[in-house]
Design a protein. Structure first.
Length: 61
């Protein structure tokens, strides 16, 4: 599945000023992460298990 076929969602924690925005998209075998300001730029793809471990380890500063 290529990037244009994914359904991207902006993080609810992204700033309302348009800065520091992260988007994610998930499919059966991976979770994709990209900068919402550079949608044609690079993206990171990780397994759903790795994404869950990452999100579970993040705490609010």
């Amino acid at each position: 599945m290529n990037s244009s076929q994914l359904r991207w969602f902006k993080s609810s924690y992204s700033g309302s000023e348009g800065d520091s925005c992260v988007e994610i998209a998930s499919c059966a075998d991976s979770v994709h992460v990209r900068d919402s300001k550079v949608t044609a730029g690079p993206e990171l793809a990780v397994s759903p298990r790795s994404w869950a471990a990452f999100v579970g380890g993040v705490t609010e500063a």
